[in-house]
Design a protein around this ligand. Structure first.
Ligand code: NAP
Length: 235
C-alpha cells in the first residue's frame, strides 16, 4: 500500500527537497506551509513527475488550524505513516534586543507547532502500531552561539520533546528520529540560497537524502539522531 507522509515547511528550502525526494519514492506527500501558491506549484511539479501530492496551507503555530487540518487528512487517508516536522523560523540579535513578540513567534512556530502537529498524529500512529516522526532540528539543538539565544532555545526544546517522545512510543512500534543539520543553503531567516558565502554549505537535497536514509532503515532499526555538516563548517 502506498505510504503517506506529512511534511511541514514544504513550500521551499529543506522541506521542499524532502517532499521531492519522498515523492520520487512513491510516497504520497501531504505538503504544509502558509504560502498556498508555492505549495500548489510544488504539487503540480510532483504530479508532472509522476508522484502524488496534496497540500494544506496553514500556520502551524495556530493550534486550531493544526487540529482541523490533521482531522481532515485522517478522514481522507486511512493511514499517515510519516510526519516530517521541518517548518521553522529564526532571527538573530543580541539577547536584550529580543522582545516578547519575537520570542512568541519563534517559540510558537518551532516548538508549539512541532508539538501540536505531533500531538495530533501520535495517537493515530500508536493505534496503527507503526509510524515515524522525523524532526529537522539543528546542530544548535546541541550548542549555542552569540545572537542565537532564542533560536537555540527553540531547537533545544524541539530536541527534548522528541527525545522524551521516542522513549514513550517505542513500545508501540512508533519511531522518532531527529536530524541536526549544520549550515544549509536555503531561504532561512530571509536569506537567499545562492548567496556566495553559501557555496560550500549543505544543499537541501543533502538533508532530504538523510531523511530518506532514516525512513528506509529496516523495521527493527531506529536512527535516533543524525548530525550532518558541510565539510567547511567548524562545528
Ligand atoms: P526556509 O527556506 O526559510 O523554509 C522554511 C519553511 O518553513 C518554509 O516552507 C515556510 O513556509 C515554513 N514555515 C515557516 N513558518 C511557518 C508556519 N508558521 N506555518 C507553516 N509553515 C511555516 O528554511 P529552511 O532552512 O528550509 O528551514 C527548515 C528547517 O530547517 C527549520 O526548522 C530550520 O530551523 C532548520 N534548519 C535550517 C538550517 C539552515 O542552515 N538553513 C540549519 C539547521 C536547521 P511559509 O513561509 O510558506 O509558511
Amino acid at each position: 500500500m502506498q505510504k503517506n507522509a506529512i511534511i511541514t515547511g514544504a513550500s521551499r528550502g529543506i522541506g521542499r527537497a524532502i517532499a521531492l525526494e519522498l515523492a520520487q519514492q512513491n510516497i504520497r506527500v501531504i505538503l504544509i506551509a502558509r504560502n498556498a501558491n508555492e505549495l500548489a506549484e510544488l504539487q503540480k511539479q510532483i504530479e508532472q513527475e509522476g508522484g502524488q501530492a496534496d497540500f494544506y496551507a496553514l500556520d502551524i503555530s495556530q493550534a486550531t488550524q493544526v487540529k482541523q487540518t490533521v482531522d481532515r487528512i485522517l478522514e481522507k487517508h486511512a493511514q499517515v505513516n510519516y510526519l516530517i516536522n521541518n517548518a521553522g523560523v529564526g532571527s538573530f540579535q543580541d539577547f536584550e534586543a529580543f522582545d516578547e513578540t519575537e520570542w512568541d513567534r519563534i517559540m510558537d512556530i518551532n516548538v508549539k507547532g512541532t508539538f501540536m502537529l505531533t500531538k495530533a498524529l501520535i495517537a493515530h500512529m500508536k493505534a496503527q502500531k507503526q509510524g515515524h516522526v522525523v524532526t529537522i532540528a539543528s546542530d544548535v539543538s546541541k550548542r549555542t552561539f552569540p545572537q542565537g539565544s532564542v533560536y537555540c532555545a527553540s531547537k533545544y526544546a524541539q530536541d527534548a520533546l522528541m527525545s522524551a517522545l521516542r522513549k514513550e512510543v517505542r513500545s508501540f512500534g512508533v519511531k522518532v528520529s531527529v536530524v541536526y543539520p549544520g549550515m544549509v543553503a536555503t531561504y532561512f531567516g530571509g536569506s537567499q540560497p545562492d548567496e556566495p558565502e553559501k557555496a560550500l554549505w549543505l544543499k537541501p537535497q543533502d538533508i532530504a537524502q538523510s531523511v530518506s536514509y532514516i525512513l528506509n532503515a529496516p523495521a527493527h532499526v531506529v536512527v535516533d539522531e543524525l548530525m550532518i555538516h558541510p565539510l567547511v563548517q567548524d562545528y
